[in-house]
Design a protein around this ligand. Structure first.
Ligand SMILES: [Mg+2]
Length: 394
């Protein structure tokens, strides 16, 4: 039998802000931009939602509804870190995982039913453990199709769990209005209304062929999902094979000496990301782009494999010495590749890594810029690029 577990973090940005700043807990909070006229609500705490504040609403409108709401600007790197932790926890349940957004993911349990024996009970416990681990609440919906699981999660909010047994699914779906069904937008809704379809019940009485005729393949799939028939293939989450950080410099540089603070910053960011992933790298690469846009790159092995800033930096600097021959350079990128994950191979912990673990703990508490290497560029330049698919670049 197919079984899906849809996880959705409640009021994601708002909860992360409340976790960061305990003074904001229990208060109506809006995460949004700083322009009253042009910004919109990126996220609202449940205390703010009571007043009718919703994500996507213009900020001035939200403040009209809730004048005592506190507005804080978004801190995206922080949300990204929470997100990654969330993904890792989902991945630990099953690699048959589809990440839907920063705060939403669905695990296809169809293949690990046997592994978990009682998948419902297990997942229910896992949700609770996840809430503890993340420090923010997550809701979980379980059902035999992705669609129903998602709706179950939305009904379970906040901080809830809802499993809809197979034989109760249709009944459950009928409690939603057509607008609530993911995949039914304004256009589809109008089309359906024209056909006399005004409720989920009406829709469920449609035949598969009629649905295909009126709404195409997407409509057919929607109907199948509503009937608990989920044929969409599971997409396995792939852990990064490489991590890289790079950016265009504000001003061209000419010597490895000038590159030093940047390389230290880039190596530090790469190393931190590796540590967050519980990974070590066996190879470090440096890529430079000159003022005339010609590019060169070089790679060196990292042996034993590691994730400490200084060793990655030393490799990067030595490559900069051979690659930089006096011509103006406009871009630097450091990449750690041939990644080994902690669960793939057990390695001894080199002493440098124990130091880095201490650095990590400090940063977790006080933020990335709370502790730096001597000589590291003080601020990450504007718009540091995170190259997710580093293969394209190197
Ligand atoms: Mg959410």
């Amino acid at each position: 039998m197919k079984l899906f577990a849809h996880f959705d973090i409640d009021a994601f940005y708002a909860q992360v802000e409340q976790l960061k700043n305990p003074q904001l807990r229990g208060k109506p909070l809006i995460v949004g931009g700083n322009s009253l006229r042009r910004s919109v609500v990126a996220s609202a705490s449940y205390e703010a939602r009571v007043y009718g504040v919703k994500s996507g609403m213009p900020l001035f409108q939200a403040l009209r509804l809730c004048p005592r709401c506190i507005v804080v600007p978004p801190d995206f790197p922080l949300y990204e870190r929470s997100s990654r932790k969330f993904y890792q926890l989902l991945y630990s349940i099953s690699p048959d995982l589809e990440i839907l957004s920063q705060d939403e993911g669905v695990v296809d349990l169809s293949r690990c039913n046997l592994l978990y024996g009682d998948p419902i009970g297990t997942l229910r416990r896992k949700r609770r453990a996840m809430v503890k681990e993340l420090g923010i609440t997550v809701s979980l919906g379980m059902a035999s199709s992705r669609l129903t699981a998602k709706l179950a999660a939305s009904r379970a909010k906040p901080n809830g769990f809802l499993y809809i047994p197979r034989d109760k699914e249709l009944e459950f779906l009928k409690t939603f209005s057509l607008e609530d069904i993911p995949g039914i937008g304004k256009k589809t809704l109008a089309l359906l209304k024209n056909l006399g379809v005004n409720s989920v019940s009406d829709l469920l009485s449609f035949s598969k062929d009629k649905m295909k005729e009126t709404l195409g393949k997407k409509g057919e799939n929607l109907l199948l999902q509503l009937h608990g028939l989920d044929f969409s293939p599971g997409i396995a989450y792939e852990r990064p094979k490489s991590v890289s950080r790079g950016y265009t410099l504000e001003k061209d540089i000419h010597t490895p000496e000038e590159a030093r603070p940047h390389l230290l910053y880039l190596s530090d960011s790469v190393a931190m990301r590796l540590r967050e992933e519980g990974a070590r790298s066996e190879r470090v690469c440096l890529r430079i782009r000159r003022a005339d846009f010609s590019e060169s790159q070089k790679c060196l092995p990292l042996s034993p494999p590691g994730n400490d800033t200084l060793r990655i930096y030393q490799r990067a600097l030595s490559m900069a010495r051979s690659l930089m021959t006096g011509q103006p350079v406009r871009l630097l990128a450091v990449e750690a590749s041939s990644i080994i994950y902690a669960d793939q191979k057990l390695l001894f912990t080199p002493p440098e890594e124990r130091i880095m673990e201490a650095v990590e703990r400090i940063r977790k508490k006080f933020g990335f810029s709370s502790i730096r290497f001597l000589g590291e560029k003080r601020e990450g330049p504007q718009g540091v690029h995170v190259f997710r698919n580093a293969r394209k670049l190197f």
